[in-house]
Design a protein around this ligand. Sequence first.
Ligand code: 13P
Length: 261
Amino acid sequence: MKRVRRRLIAGNWKMNAGARDAGPLALAVARAAEGMDRVDVVVAPPLVAIAAVADVLEAAGSNVRVAGQNMSDQPKGAFTGEVSGEMLRAWGATWVILGHSERRQLLGETDLLVARKTAAAMTTGPRPIVCVGETLAEREAGSTLDVVERQLRAVMGALASQPGFAAVAYEPVWAIGTGKVASPEEAEDVHARIRELLATASTELAERTCLLYGGSVNGDNAAALLAQPDIDGALGGGASLDPASFGAILAAAQRSSAGDA
Ligand code: 13P
């Protein structure tokens, strides 16, 4: 079946590659992304480096886009330490990662807060990449699909307001930074369920929402994951800090897109 969604590969640098290292890393990613005309490429540097990375990429004439790793649900005001969607956009970010499991687990972000942030991003931009995913305990208890459904339902109304504007990343917490990647079949099961749920809001939402897999993605496992019908892209962590590894994921996406039409 024809895939209407473009491939999207995003690199979440997390709290790595700050002001000094970000520019050279962004340039190396730009070089790795050259010629990848069937893949949308995004990097998410730490907040302090967003503007510099956006400038470096623009000066290099690169199509690589920049993402924030978080944003406030509020437009402005007395929210110490926060940054708004408008501020991210003014710095040159066109995407923002929301509801990453590290923020849910370590910083107590709830489904409700992630929903409010998603609603704000759908209104002001940048385009959200909303993360969902179960912990190891939840998977072992057999509640993976329930957890993902709960997290997704919280943001569905917002996503449905503009089908295709947002992406959803399925990141099983047990696969993040552990080297334990979900098998392509395990990942596809959850992706297919996410698309089914999106279809309950609208067919257009299901068809146009790019679904990314994240959790120990690298150049060796990317192709098999991207070959699954409902896996449109990847959200890399560790591999995105190494231009060669990230480049290998991009190349796998470019190759897999050949079979999409
Ligand atoms: P790793 O690729 O390092 O497992 O991290 C995945 C991730 O959390 C991306 O957001």
